[in-house]
Design a protein around this ligand. Structure first.
Ligand SMILES: [Zn+2]
Length: 74
């Protein structure tokens, strides 16, 4: 999706909302809980042909926190 191509329908009409403010909305919307005291804002990529959306965490500090605190899927 970050390469500008929709993985679902193959369209190149992919748009990124990473400069939409506020990054994190009221009550933590557009973010995910990382721990009890930490949330990570999401950058959303949307295909305007089929509506498919992917979300990414851009903040490297949050990614490190997840690396330390979350259960690794194996
Ligand atoms: Zn699509």
């Amino acid at each position: 999706m970050k390469n500008g191509k929709c993985p679902k329908c193959g369209s190149k009409e992919v748009y990124c909302g990473d400069d939409v403010h506020p990054k994190s909305g009221p009550f933590g919307s557009n973010s995910i809980p990382v721990s009890l005291t930490s949330i990570a804002a999401l950058d959303n990529y949307v295909c305007t042909d089929c509506g498919y959306m992917e979300s990414y965490i851009a903040d490297p500090a949050k990614l490190k926190e997840i690396f330390v605190k979350w259960r690794r899927v194996s």
